[in-house]
Design a protein around this ligand. Structure first.
Ligand code: UDP
Ligand code: MG
Length: 323
């Protein structure tokens, strides 16, 4: 069995790749790492090419001819980092799995430290970027999100979205990633009952190319947050969410209508010319709608058994078994 699977999502990182591979191989040759795995240490590097158009894919194919640990999953088009990680997770054969960004911002020599921490009894250890080397337009939104996520979920980590993480294989087999959820992997893992820790890691600035995520991720992040809250808390019981919203809406509408009605009966106040009545009726209708949406969700979630992948694989190279 492979001891460690490294998963690298790649989208237009051709310039970084040679140095990345060189660093990864150097980190994997580290004696201290081998000591951690008492049995013979072995590793694989799974590059998931997420539809690069700069020739990253071709370069990896060339490199595979001289590097037997290197494997490639090539996507049909750009599906996003979440999909790339998800495909890597499914293909990984290692007892431990490590994700690392391709842009040389993460230090591969930190992997052994993360593994040491994992062996203290955790299932997922996430890097915590120190002196993050990114522009304010990125760091500020993620500061807000990290704080909100930490407070809301009660998971005591500071950097949910660090690209550098190590996992026990049980974790990657268990969690399902959809949409843009890679930012919430610790939340999903925590929700599935896994123990999570974080460890400070050094962060370098991007050497080549540009970040693929702009400040626009702020809003994307907000929706992801709502989606994750919804999925982790209500996915199996949509009625509990929509039903509650529907009930609150319906009851407020009912109380408003009752008030208008009593006013008419007891004090002979005319029902016409009362704007609040519109609100009452609106809320009652909204309540009924939300309630039935919840019911539909309930029926859907019990009748469909999960779904397929969110990506299309063009081909794979250097895998022993089928991916
Ligand atoms: N990435 C990817 N698909 C995408 C965007 C990014 O596989 O659609 C990869 C990218 O090549 C890099 C990692 O995800 O290895 C992190 O991307 P980036 O450095 O742009 O994100 P940031 O560090 O700015 O959050
Ligand atoms: Mg980066």
């Amino acid at each position: 069995m492979t001891a460690l699977s490294l998963i690298v999502p790649v989208y237009n990182e051709r310039e970084s790749l040679p140095e990345l591979l060189e660093r990864l191989y150097r980190a994997m040759a580290d004696k201290q790492l081998h000591v951690l795995f008492q049995e013979s240490f072995s590793f694989e590097i799974i590059i998931v090419d997420d539809g690069s158009i700069d020739g990253s894919d071709k370069l990896v194919r060339e490199m595979i001819s001289t590097k037997q640990e290197l494997r490639l999953i090539s996507f049909q088009r750009n599906f996003g980092k979440t999909a790339a990680l998800s495909a890597g997770f499914k293909a990984a054969s290692g007892r431990y799995v490590c994700t690392i960004d391709a842009d040389l911002q993460d230090d591969p020599f930190a992997i052994k430290e993360l593994i040491k921490k994992l062996e203290e009894g955790y299932d997922l250890v996430s890097g915590w970027k120190q002196q993050r080397q990114d522009p304010l337009g990125k760091t500020l939104p993620s500061m807000v999100f990290n704080t909100v996520t930490r407070l809301f979920t009660g998971i005591p980590i500071h950097d949910f979205n660090c690209g550098l993480k190590v996992y026990r294989s049980e974790v990657v087999r268990r969690i399902e990633l959809h949409g843009e959820m890679h930012r919430y992997i610790p939340v999903l893992a925590h929700w599935n009952g896994f123990a999570i820790a974080e460890l400070p890691v050094v962060h370098q600035s991007r050497k080549y190319g540009q970040s693929k995520f702009g400040a626009g991720r702020f809003f994307a992040g907000l929706f992801d947050f709502l989606a994750v809250v919804f999925i982790t808390r209500y996915f199996r019981r949509p009625m509990h969410f929509f039903g509650m919203m529907g009930l609150i809406s319906f009851l407020s509408g009912f109380i408003i209508s009752l008030y208008v009605t009593l006013d008419k009966i007891l004090y002979a106040k005319p029902v016409s010319n009362r704007p609040i009545l519109f609100l009452g009726i609106l809320l009652i209708i909204l309540g009924a709608q939300l309630f039935s949406t919840g019911l539909l969700g309930e029926m859907l979630s019990t009748s469909s058994s999960g779904s397929g992948n969110d990506y299309t694989i063009r081909d794979t190279v250097n895998f022993q078994s089928e991916v």
